[in-house]
Design a protein around this ligand. Structure first.
Ligand SMILES: [Zn+2]
Length: 169
């Protein structure tokens, strides 16, 4: 799944769980595994066997994200709903369908060996994957437009307040 799918689906779920949630943080955490692993793949492909999913898509990466949230909570006790924010990170695994094909080798890295070199069913030429990703983007766009209409984010002051606080209420 791509940017709109991950961020909008996850932020909408977080908003349903907590109406005062900072949706900027929810969206950022929903994208964090790709924001970490894609540059690693581009800069150090040999380190991750050429895989676009590696450290941040693993259980160790998820525990690292939890540790970072715990440190942030220790420094900033006002941090709202850290476990819900962590769920936004874990939601990335769900939307990436990390149980399919060789993905469990990534999730359980390094227990099942090194990162797989090529993941079947995740290439851009795979029609089912393309359909899934396209559907995710369309659903994400629809969710963003729905939230924008419901909360009148087309009005400049309301949009500015949302961008400043991340909150819709
Ligand atoms: Zn991913």
């Amino acid at each position: 799944m791509y940017i709109l799918g991950h961020s909008a689906i996850t932020a909408s779920a977080a908003n349903a769980a907590d109406r005062d949630m900072d949706l900027r943080a929810a969206a950022a955490l929903s994208l964090a595994p790709d924001l970490i692993d894609k540059p690693v793949h581009l800069l150090f492909p040999a380190l991750v066997n050429g895989s676009g999913r590696s450290f941040a898509h693993s259980a160790l990466g998820a525990l690292g994200a939890l540790a970072v949230l715990a440190l942030l909570l220790a420094r900033r006790p006002s941090l709202r709903r850290p476990l819900l924010l962590w769920a936004c990170y874990l939601g990335h695994f769900l939307l990436d369908r990390m149980w399919e094909h060789d993905n469990p080798k990534i999730v359980l890295w390094p227990l099942l060996g090194p990162f797989p070199t090529q993941l079947p069913g995740v290439g851009p030429g795979d029609g089912a994957v393309l359909g899934y990703n396209l559907a995710g983007e369309l659903i994400g766009l629809a969710l963003i437009l729905r939230l924008a209409r419901l909360h009148r984010l087309y009005e400049r002051p309301r949009l500015a307040a949302f961008l400043r606080t991340g909150r819709l209420s």
